[in-house]
Design a protein around this ligand. Structure first.
Ligand code: GDP
Length: 449
């Protein structure tokens, strides 16, 4: 029998409404010790009433709902209090619930109970956390679909096929002389190739989707006064960075989220790359170099209206590690100097004027670099390290089983690999994961979820 837990499930801040969740066998009893209503409460129906302190003082006029039996998020009796979102009311309500015998929930405890009660599989539980943490619309879409079991629906047939295969291989190993229908190697290989393809495709799509689900780490770099901060502001559509004629103004890294050409960016404006004139600027230049080195996309800004300077020429050395670099010939309103078109010729060039605000050439370039193509954010994209690791280890085992069968090794070797693959696939969507894996999944949650 589980004890009865409670926690604030909405943000701990002043807001219109705050929701406190209660879950456990005595959820309704606990609720009724702090909530009074004129009419008896009905299952799954909101009731208007009063939140009261242990000594009977009214604390809020609010709503409450009970979910009896197992038809609730956690799969056990639950209740919710919908209060006015005042920090004072929230803290009084939490205090009243504690005095009435409830226990404050640990981080992720509601979702953990949902998982343990069979309401969610592991990927669905992770999807709850990822939906809440989603920073892009694409990430939210994928998490919402995963929450409805999309990953399990895709993987279950492959899992079942491998389990069948294992049963057949095991029969061959255990009763080699019996008259059981032998599983022909080509049929077993067919199954394994099919699963191999599915896993490869899942990993590949998930990799390509990362730009959209996480955002592309993007650094704006270039010589002082090239127009980096102007471009940064233009991409954000607001004045965030200081723009001046004086070189060396930006020293700290400025980070913002933005969308460009439909691609979510984690954008950083950096100090101009040049020989610094003082300590603060020197640190700024160093940070800029580090940022460029760790970025996936570098936007190298050049004053396109004049010949490249030695400062400009120093920049490309910082860029060799980025997956993509776009050279921006800025200030096109002043006319483009032909020499800038020859600059860093290995990289994609766009010409624009950041002050004009028309960024369409850059939008097109970014869009073409991170083309979502046929990607669908349908809940079958793996979005965390645990899922990716389980999928690639399943793929390794499937390939090992294929090799074993192809090279005519004893059947029990292929069987071991196939069983390992099944276990890894099961871990992705199933409930068979080890306790420490489960602990790690829920460690990422916050209280109230
Ligand atoms: P940063 O040092 O690279 O961040 O450059 P800023 O964004 O501070 O810009 C330096 C100067 O160039 C400022 O006076 C800007 O107004 C000017 N500037 C930036 N972009 C353009 C542009 O597209 N056209 C023109 N004419 N001036 C620009």
């Amino acid at each position: 029998m589980s004890d009865t837990i409670y926690a604030l499930s909405t943000a701990p801040a002043r807001s219109g409404v705050a929701v406190i969740r209660i879950s456990g066998n005595s959820a309704e009893d606990l609720l009724l010790r702090v909530f009074r209503s004129k009419h008896p409460m009905r299952n799954r129906e909101m009731t208007l009433g009063t939140l009261v302190s242990p000594d009977g003082r009214a604390l809020d006029r609010c709503l409450a709902v009970v979910f009896r039996g197992s038809a609730s998020y956690t799969g056990e009796p639950s209740a919710e209090l919908h209060l006015h979102g005042s920090p004072a009311v929230i803290s009084a309500a939490l205090d009243a619930l504690g005095r009435a015998g409830g226990r404050p929930a640990a981080a992720g405890e509601f979702t953990r109970r949902a998982f343990l009660n069979g309401k969610l599989d592991l990927a669905e539980a992770e999807a709850v956390g990822e939906l809440i943490a989603a920073e892009t619309r694409e990430a939210a879409e994928n998490a919402a679909a995963m929450l409805s079991g999309a990953l399990g629906r895709m993987l279950k047939p492959a899992y079942d096929a491998i389990i069948d295969l294992c049963a057949n291989l095991a029969a061959e190993v255990d009763y080699p002389d019996d008259d059981i229908e032998p599983l022909t190697v080509p049929r077993a290989l067919d199954t394994l190739f099919h699963v191999e393809h599915l896993l490869e495709n899942t990993l590949d799509r998930s990799d390509r989707a990362r730009a959209f689900t996480e955002g592309v780490r993007t650094a704006i770099v270039g010589a002082p006064n090239a127009g980096k901060s102007t471009l940064f502001n233009a991409i954000l559509g607001e004045r965030r960075a200081i723009v001046t004629d004086a070189p060396g103004t930006t020293r700290d890294l400025l980070r913002e989220r933005a969308t460009l050409g439909g691609v979510p960016l984690l954008l950083t404006d950096t100090a101009g790359l040049r020989d610094a004139e003082n300590e603060a600027e020197r640190i700024g230049v160093q940070l800029a170099r580090e940022e460029a080195a760790s970025a996936e996309l570098v936007l190298l800004v050049l004053d396109g209206s004049r010949e490249p300077t030695p400062d400009d020429c120093a920049a490309p050395e910082d860029l060799s590690t980025a997956a993509h670099t776009v050279v921006i010939l800025n200030k096109s309103d002043l006319g483009i100097h032909p020499a800038t078109r020859e600059f860093a010729p290995d990289f994609l060039h766009v010409e624009l004027s950041a002050t004009s605000g028309d960024l369409s050439p850059l939008e097109q370039a970014v869009h073409s670099l991170y083309d979502a193509g046929d990607l669908r954010f349908d809940g079958t994209l793996l979005t965390n390290a645990r899922q990716r690791a389980a999928c690639s280890s399943a793929l390794d085992s499937v390939r090992a089983a294929i090799d074993a069968l192809r090279s005519g090794l004893p059947t029990d070797l292929a069987l071991t690999d196939a069983e390992r693959a099944a276990a890894r696939i099961g871990e992705l969507f199933g409930r068979g994961a080890a306790e420490d894996v489960i602990d790690r999944v829920f460690a990422n949650f916050c209280v109230g979820k």
